[in-house]
Design a binder for this molecule. Structure first.
Ligand code: ZN
Ligand code: ZN
Length: 382
């Protein structure tokens, strides 16, 4: 190159540190090429040469460069909006290998989309962050699982998970089965301990949002609800089987009347049936508690396993549980107790527990229905 030529050529300027830093932050330190997302900060941190990061120009710094334009090249040379953080491979793709497939409109959109996504995931307002809380416990021989992927899909975009590491308070495999009395003592204790270790410290710190996913025998879900109580700000999710398997609320207009049926006569004992998933014949209650029992019932017109499709129905249900607890307390007095027979969706069981107020509401004796034990039997007392 001649001396004369060199003198008239504009020297490409280095990107100032402030702008480079802004690009690293806004891109989350990841390659901004659609679906590449390669983390570039890791190598930066380790001082390694792999995945080299490039600050690339959408409109080249020189007008004869990739996507270069007469006036704009010089004008936008150091403009943040004109810069992309890219990995080695993607930089080469847009500037050389597939230059023609990458007009500026495509790259501008790519940058915008990437920066918006990073903003959503990292720059969230506090009130949109939520801790994922999973509780699973085996039901019969079945050990349920909940994945981060399905849980986060259920809460986004109303909430965003604080991390991809959910709080799990279930204990996974164990050898005691739920038709044995020891099962309840053991699981109850394990649930309390796991809750106190993993959730209580967050509540004490004032963490204010949990997204709760539970699949477990109903007495334990009710117990979990009492531990969370309504002091914890939490959204309880439901696993839906139809029309497809999902934890996302089905946003239909499915309007269900949740009723509280009060008994005619006041007897010595009080039972409360919650029959949302299936009908419960009162004979099954008398079989356990004898004839001297008043039976209250929270139910819906046609109980079935897919009854709960939206949050509105769950809210109606909670109100009826509140009504039941307080009416029973008023009628039967502070010294009585409620024999609770739950046949309901998992999220309802957790909410029923949250509604129950310690020291105010009556003690709950919770039954579980078990085919091996030939019907309802006493599982937990709260
Ligand atoms: Zn470039
Ligand atoms: Zn890339």
């Amino acid at each position: 190159m001649s001396v004369a030529k060199k003198n008239i050529e504009r020297v490409r300027k280095a990107v100032p540190r402030g702008i480079a830093r802004k690009l690293w932050v806004k891109s989350g330190g990841r390659c901004q090429y659609t679906d590449c997302n390669k983390p570039l900060w890791k190598d930066e941190l380790m001082q390694r040469d792999m995945n080299k990061a490039y600050i690339s120009h959408i409109i080249a710094a020189k007008d004869d460069g990739p996507r270069g334009e007469k006036v704009l090249s010089e004008k936008l040379e150091l403009s943040f909006d004109n810069l992309l953080l890219l990995c080695d491979e993607c930089h080469n793709r847009i500037d050389k290998a597939q230059l023609n497939g990458h007009p500026k409109q495509i790259l501008i959109k790519m940058k915008k989309d990437h920066e918006l996504r990073i903003e959503l995931l990292t720059g969230l307002q506090e009130e949109k962050k939520s801790h994922l809380l999973f509780y699973t416990c085996k039901i019969g021989a079945f050990l349920p699982t909940i994945t981060f992927k399905e849980a986060s899909a259920a809460i986004i975009p109303e909430y965003f998970p604080v991390s991809d590491n959910p709080i799990e308070i279930g204990m996974g495999f164990n050898t005691i089965s739920d038709d044995m009395d020891d099962f309840w003592i053991f699981q109850n204790q394990q649930l309390e301990e796991a809750f106190n270790q993993k959730v209580r410290p967050l509540l004490d710190k004032g963490v204010n949002h949990f997204s709760v996913f539970g699949i477990a025998p109903q007495p334990l879900l009710i117990k979990l609800g009492t531990l969370l109580s309504e002091l914890a700000v939490a959204e309880i999710y439901q696993s839906h089987r139809e029309p497809k398997q999902t934890w996302k609320w089905q946003n239909d207009m499915y309007n269900i009347d949740v009723k509280l049926l009060e008994p005619q006569a006041i007897k010595t004992k009080v039972a409360l049936i919650i029959s949302l998933s299936d009908k419960v014949n009162y004979e099954r209650i008398h079989k356990v508690l004898g004839a001297d029992v008043s039976i209250w019932e929270i139910t819906v017109p046609e109980p079935n396993r897919n009854i709960l499709k939206n949050k509105e129905t769950l809210e109606k249900f909670k109100n009826q549980v509140r009504n039941a607890f307080s009416n029973i307390r008023k009628i039967y007095g502070q010294d009585s107790e409620i024999h609770l027979f739950p046949v309901m969706p998992n999220s309802c069981a957790i909410e029923a527990g949250r509604v129950w107020m310690p020291k105010v509401d009556l003690p709950l004796i919770i039954y579980d229905q078990n085919n091996n034990r030939n019907g309802f039997y006493k599982a937990l007392t709260i």
